[in-house]
Design a protein around this ligand. Sequence first.
Ligand SMILES: C[S@@+](CC[C@H](N)C(=O)[O-])C[C@H]1O[C@@H](n2cnc3c(N)ncnc32)[C@H](O)[C@@H]1O
Length: 391
Amino acid sequence: MSTGHPQLVAAIASEIAREGPIPFVRFMELALYHPQFGYYMRFPEAGVERIGWNGDFYTSSDVHPILGQAIARQAAQIDALLGYPDPFTVVEMGPGKGLLASHVLSGLQLAPQSLAHRLRYVLIECSPAMRAMQQRHLELWLEQPGCVSWVEDVGSLAQESVRGLMFSNELPDAFPVHRVQKKDHALWEVFVDVRDDGFVERLQGLSTRAIAEYLQRIHVELPEGYRTEVNLRAPGWMSQVANSLEQGVVITIDYGHAAEDLYGPERSRGTLLCYHSQMAGEDPYVRVGEQDITAHVDFTTLATVGEQSGLSVTGFTNQMSFLMGLGIEDMMAQLAPDSAEFRAAIHLLKPEGMGRTFKILVQHKALDRPALDGLTFRPFFGSALSRHVTA
Ligand SMILES: C[S@@+](CC[C@H](N)C(=O)[O-])C[C@H]1O[C@@H](n2cnc3c(N)ncnc32)[C@H](O)[C@@H]1O
C-alpha cells in the first residue's frame, strides 16, 4: 500500500489511470515537483521542515557556515581574476532554504575592492514555497536594493549575461531520473503502475532513445541484472548554465562520481535514495511527497556537456580538499577545539563522510585556465573524469 500526501497520491494515480503506467522519471517529477502537492512545491505545514536538523535531511550549510565562507573566498578570487567587473554576479542554483546564500553573502562582505557595491546575487529557484523560505533567511539583504534577486529557472537568464560565479550545492541530484535495468541482454525502463491501491513497478521498453544514447556516449555497457539511473535533465541544465555565462567560473557541488565509478560493478543496484526524518530509505513508493528522492550525479557527463557548450574543466576535487585549499585551517584556528562549532566544521571535512562524498566540479569560460585556491589540493589525477575530458 503506497502512502504519502493524499492529494498527491491521488493525482499520480489518476494520471496512471488516464495514460497507463508512467516512466519512473515522471513519478519522481510529480513526487517532488507537482505544482501544488510536490515535496518541494508545497508550502510545508506549520512546524514541518524539509531541510535542516529537524527536517528530512541536512546539507553542509546546516552543519556550519564554513562552506559558504569558503565559496565567498573563492568568489572574491574570481572577481579579481575578472578585473573587478561591475556588476560581479553570483548565481546560486537550487538554494534550498537560503542558508548557504546568507553565508556566502556574509562572507562576501569581507571581500576587498568594494565588492559589496558591485555584487548582484541571483538565486535560481523553481519552487514558490522554497523561494518564500529563502526570502525569510535573506531579509537583511533584501534591504539593499538590487543586491539579491530571484529567477525561476536557469533558462530564463539571458544568453552570456553573467560575469562572475555560478554555483550549486546538491542541485542535479534532485533532478528526476529515469531508472533502467538490464534483463535478458536488453535494456528496460522502470515504469510505475497502480495495483491494489499501491504503486508498483513494471519493466517496459525505453520511453526515449536518449537513455541508450546517454549510456553509449559515456561508453557504459551494463551487465545482466544491473539496475541504475539516468539523469537526462542534468546535461540540459549544464548547457543552459554554459550559455548564460559570459565569463567566469561554474562550481557544482554534489554527491556523485565519474561515470566509470557511478556505473561500476559496486553500484549494481543504482544510487537512488529517499530521505525522511534524517533516515535514508530505498522505497520511493512510500511517503510519496513527504520524503526527498535523490540519485548520485554523473560528473563525467556534466564535464563533457560543459566542454561541448564552451566550459573548460578547471578541476575536479572533493569537499575536504576544496575547503582546505580555501583556508579552512585558518578559519578553524579561530574556533576553540572543544567547541560545537569546531566539531561541526570537522564534520564537513571528514574523509569517511561529507569531506569525500561530496565532489566538486569546477569549470571556466573565457578565462585562461585559472589557478583557483579551491583546487590547490588535487585528490584525483587528471584522468578522473574520463579519458575524454581534460582536467
Ligand atoms: C536539495 S535542495 C538544495 C540544498 C541547498 N543548495 C543547500 O545547500 O542547502 C534542492 C533545491 O533545488 C531546487 N530545485 C530543484 N530543481 C530545480 C530547478 N530545475 N531549478 C531551480 N531550482 C531547482 C529545489 O526546490 C530546492 O530548493
